[in-house]
Design a protein around this ligand. Structure first.
Ligand SMILES: [Fe+2]
Ligand SMILES: [Fe+2]
Length: 274
């Protein structure tokens, strides 16, 4: 893929930033925050997987794509680790996140060591295809444009770069493995695996936040949230389903105009660009 930029970022995370960074939606905000607790372990797993694949790649352009993919994911997990430090400091009960983080790290390191390359590449592609399908919908509906939390800014930068490198894990899977049925079967397995972990992190994050969550339970906010989420899911879910099809090709998907605008914006505010 062309145009994968490596952007070094400096987000203004603060301990008093709004953690309900999805407007009107504490549940979705905590779901994302739970997912983000995983990223300093999951994205290194993706990088390790790509490095394992490198000796099997005979195409020079694909090798360059792989390096850029790893550089982008490397910056993603570093930025998320910074945000996670703030999030972990918000409540004493969030110390319970640490053993869970350790358990996840161990499991993914075990995958790297003991699972076959095709399993790891299909896992990576299952994660990447799902996130890029949802990222398109998120940019299109302006999911991260409705609060001024730096967490929304982090999310928008991340999903934009997920779209920039949306074809890399797919192309490498096709080059090294190539079976559609295995990709589809394993994508579903990896997505279930991922969400089972998200739920465990989310549960810890939500536990001390009953008052905050209740403050968003008014009929007016609930109605607004339901209408908005319908609008978002109608765009996201069909695109995820299309990734399971034998003819799925991430290089051929339509991208919303908000993607180019976000690319320009984050290239402009990056502290370094290459
Ligand atoms: Fe990422
Ligand atoms: Fe990615």
């Amino acid at each position: 893929m062309e145009n994968m930029m490596i952007r070094r970022m400096d987000f203004a995370f603060q301990s008093d930033m709004d953690i309900v960074f999805i407007k009107d939606d504490p549940d979705m905000s905590f779901m994302f925050l739970g997912a983000w607790m995983m990223l300093p372990y999951l994205e290194p797993f993706l990088i390790r997987t790509m490095r394992d694949a490198l000796p099997h790649i005979t195409d020079a352009k694909l090798k360059e794509d792989l390096k850029r993919f790893c550089a982008q994911e490397g910056e993603h997990f570093k930025q998320h680790a910074k945000a996670n430090d703030f999030i972990r400091s918000l409540h004493p009960s969030y110390e319970a996140l640490r053993p869970l983080e350790k358990e996840l790290d161990q499991e993914l390191k075990d995958f790297t060591k003991n699972k076959p390359l095709k399993f790891k590449l299909a896992y990576a592609e299952g994660f990447e295809s799902m996130t890029s399908a949802m990222s398109r919908a998120q940019l299109e509906v302006g999911l991260y444009d409705r609060t001024s939390s730096p967490l929304a800014d982090l999310a928008k930068w991340h999903v934009m770069e997920e779209l920039e490198h949306r074809s890399v894990a797919f192309d490498i899977y096709e080059h090294v493995v190539g079976s559609w049925f295995y990709r589809m079967k394993q994508s579903i397995w990896s997505q279930k695996h991922y969400f089972s972990w998200v739920k465990r992190f989310q549960k810890i994050l939500v536990a001390p936040q009953a008052d905050l969550i209740a403050s968003y339970a008014t009929p007016e906010i609930t109605a607004r949230r339901k209408a908005y989420n319908k609008h978002y899911m109608r765009r996201g879910i069909p695109r995820v389903l299309k990734t399971y099809m034998p003819w799925y090709d991430p290089s051929k998907v339509d991208l919303p105009p908000q993607f180019e605008a976000a690319r320009e914006h984050y290239s402009h505010i990056a502290t370094a660009l290459s």
